[in-house]
Design a protein around this ligand. Structure first.
Ligand code: SF4
Length: 264
């Protein structure tokens, strides 16, 4: 039996983590893997495209209402049996997002025993993790592979570089970089170079295709709505790469000046 893969996808907010995570989840489900996706973004948009556009209640919202939370309240089956869970966010101005993730996941583990049967669990982690809270899933041993999603623009690379610093701090290796293209000039070269210089590798280059947004807007993954599109093939390949990837390395972060040079 293969070891359970528990991955986290980090990257700058708005870079496309949720759409990448949900398309990879759908591609793995197509291959027959048992998949769970745990959305940790306060906007709860990781699972919506696996559920035909339906929003599910978040664990933190339910806990705040002090309901007696059961598995069927928080685990919702979507495309090809993907189990979808949304953690939710803290109330504005109070609480800590990282702490919330831990509380929610402890609850999830308590009520959902099938979590141990999953082949793949994807944590769609919010923001740019520079604080301790966002690396909590790694620290708690919930995640065994970390990936970083970026584009070739300066700011997402800056965030990616900072995430590397965070990973070094907590002594966690990096399993690869994924480029979600924004159609920047020389983008693939830039991200490839960045990946190499930090000691990692570029796992996939996802082209910027309108079809991804169109499917999302309709509430579907590309794998479900446009399975024959070229970009669906890219996600399929990425899913395959992730499922077979055993390698990870401790990244080294770049000096800011070098980062600027790369994107110039
Ligand atoms: S520690 Fe991190 S996760 Fe917690 S509130 Fe501060 S920024 Fe948010």
């Amino acid at each position: 039996m293969m070891a359970q893969k528990r991955i986290a996808i980090y990257g700058k907010g708005g870079i496309g983590k949720s759409s990448t995570a949900s398309n990879v989840a759908a591609a793995c489900a197509d291959e027959g893997y048992k998949v769970m996706i745990i959305g940790c973004d306060p906007k709860s948009d990781s699972s919506i495209t696996l559920l035909g556009g339906k929003r599910i209640p978040t664990i933190l919202d339910l806990l705040r209402q002090k309901l007696d939370v059961t598995e069927k309240d928080i685990v919702h089956e979507g495309y090809k049996g993907v189990k979808c869970v949304e953690v939710g966010g803290p109330e504005p101005g109070i609480g800590c997002a990282g702490r919330g993730i831990i509380v929610a996941i402890q609850k999830l583990r308590k009520v959902c025993t099938s979590i141990d049967d999953m082949d793949l669990i994807i944590y769609d982690v919010p923001g740019d993790i520079v604080c301790g809270g966002f690396v909590a899933p790694i620290r708690k041993g919930l995640v065994n592979q970390a990936y970083i999603l970026t584009s070739g623009e300066y700011m997402p690379l800056y965030a990616a570089n900072n995430i590397c610093r965070g990973l070094i701090k907590i002594n966690t290796p990096l399993s690869g970089i994924i480029c979600n293209s924004r159609s920047v000039t020389r983008e693939e070269d830039i991200v490839k170079k960045f990946s190499e210089e930090i000691g990692s590798k570029l796992m996939a280059f996802i082209p910027k295709e309108q079809i991804v947004q169109d499917c999302e807007r309709d509430g579907f993954s590309v794998l479900e709505k446009a399975p024959d599109s070229p970009v669906a093939g890219v996600y399929r390949e990425l899913a395959h790469t992730i499922m077979s990837n055993e390698g990870s390395v401790m990244p080294s972060a770049l000096e800011d000046e070098r980062l600027r040079e790369l994107t110039r």
